[in-house]
Design a protein. Sequence first.
Length: 254
Amino acid sequence: MITALLMGVWSVAALDAAAQAVQLKEKVQRVPVLVELFTSEGCSDCPPADALLAELDAKQFVPGAEAIVLSEHVTYWDHQGWRDPFSLEAMTQRQEEYGRRFALDSAYTPQMVVDGTSQFVGSNGRALLAAVTKAAVKPKVSLAIENARWDQGVVRFAVRGEKLGGGKIIAVIAANATHSEVARGENAGRTLHHTAVVRAVKEMDGRVADGRPLSLETGSTRQADNTDGEMRLVVFATESGTRHVIAATEQRLH
């Protein structure tokens, strides 16, 4: 009887270990894909896109892909009745750069950009699935974050990668989750929730990915009243010329 019980316990433990091994292998085999959402709390079309990004982040529903997501709040809606507390001019400028690269007539929200190679309306789930699936087929260059830590409003870290060529390294601090009680504008009366909201960004030469000490100042954003929980450090590398994303990684900061 005892032997049978022991065998049963061993079997369950073995199955659990096997399941964990499969999950780990799947995670290792997943290709990191950067998904950027340009959004605004002043835009009534944006909440469905915000929800779609949050679902992608939580469920990782694209086989073979490890979606690394960023909510990038633009500023040009801030004069339409509601100032988005998460809007950054750097995000508006980044979207304008994409607009030139994709030869768009004008910027719009919600807009998703996947790996810097494709763009579409941010609430279009089918387009998101297709773009992330396509991006996951192309292997990424290895990139790792080392020794990341908080130090009085500054994140100190190192990055190590290979074969980055003459591209750029972009480091981003993002709030894991945020919320707002919107009082005016197109979303007046709504409580809006966001995922991986960019709070600080820094672009560096790709040669810094050699393990040297780096830093990114975050100011007081970590303690903001409408920021929930931990922060994320996202680092990605872009190819010289095309600015396509060739490597990406992230780490949670407590």
